[in-house]
Design a protein around this ligand. Structure first.
Ligand SMILES: [Fe+2]
Length: 219
């Protein structure tokens, strides 16, 4: 099935869709690209310290509006958990984990600054989540320039899987990120791909890349 389990299409929750109109537009784009199911993965970070209760009303609204619009897309709820001291320990303490397809968890790192992780050791956290019987997934490692090869291998050895962004291949984040994503793919390290869809600019860039003959993966 064509499943996108990395998206920011909930209205007004994080730096993704601002309102329900934009959310429905993004859902339509996903459907046009062939996706049958999309999992909403709003950020849980120091900037967006969302709890499941904060997120759920926006999710219910989106499901309702997408159904009304006749888009025909199965919409599920999870989150993208950033390994930062402001939110990750609280998520664990309060059991706020909402696994994708009951088994995957998106565990992102700070995009540019490793220091934002504080004392958190990502390898240990991947191991912890794997020991819960879940598959921890590292989204867009091609974007973490500070992450070295040794750490990436340790995350994989801890049970982690890699998810690259379609947008990275489409050049959304620049040439260096694109090359890093291609290298990860060529090395056979990428298990999953996601849109990480945030707004109309993503739709335009990923849409053009698909129109050039590239395609969405099936799982
Ligand atoms: Fe994301």
């Amino acid at each position: 099935m064509k499943l996108d389990f990395h998206s920011h299409i909930l209205p007004g929750i994080d730096d993704g869709a601002r309102d329900i109109e934009e959310s429905v537009m993004l859902a339509k784009a996903l459907k046009d690209w062939g996706f049958e199911r999309v999992t909403c993965t709003p950020h849980i970070t120091s900037k967006y310290p969302n709890t499941p209760e904060d997120i759920r009303p926006a999710f219910e609204l989106l499901k309702e509006e997408v159904a009304k619009s006749g888009v025909g897309l199965d919409i599920r709820l999870s989150a993208e958990y950033r390994l930062v001291p402001e939110t990750w320990p609280k998520v664990l303490e309060n059991n706020w984990l909402m696994p994708i397809e009951d088994r995957f968890l998106l565990m992102e790192l700070p995009i540019s600054h490793r220091e934002e992780m504080g004392c958190i050791n990502p390898v240990e956290e991947f191991r912890r989540v794997a020991s819960m019987g879940l598959t921890p997934i590292l989204p867009h490692p091609e974007r973490y320039f500070y992450l070295n090869e040794k750490e990436l291998m340790e995350i994989l050895e801890a049970g982690g899987k890699i998810q690259c962004n379609y947008g990275s291949y489409a050049g959304l984040y620049g040439e260096e990120v694109r090359q890093r994503a291609v290298t990860l793919q060529d090395r056979g390290l990428v298990s999953f791909y996601g849109t990480d869809l945030h707004n109309a600019h993503y739709v335009q860039v990923i849409g053009s890349w698909l129109a050039e003959g590239n395609s969405i993966r099936e799982y």
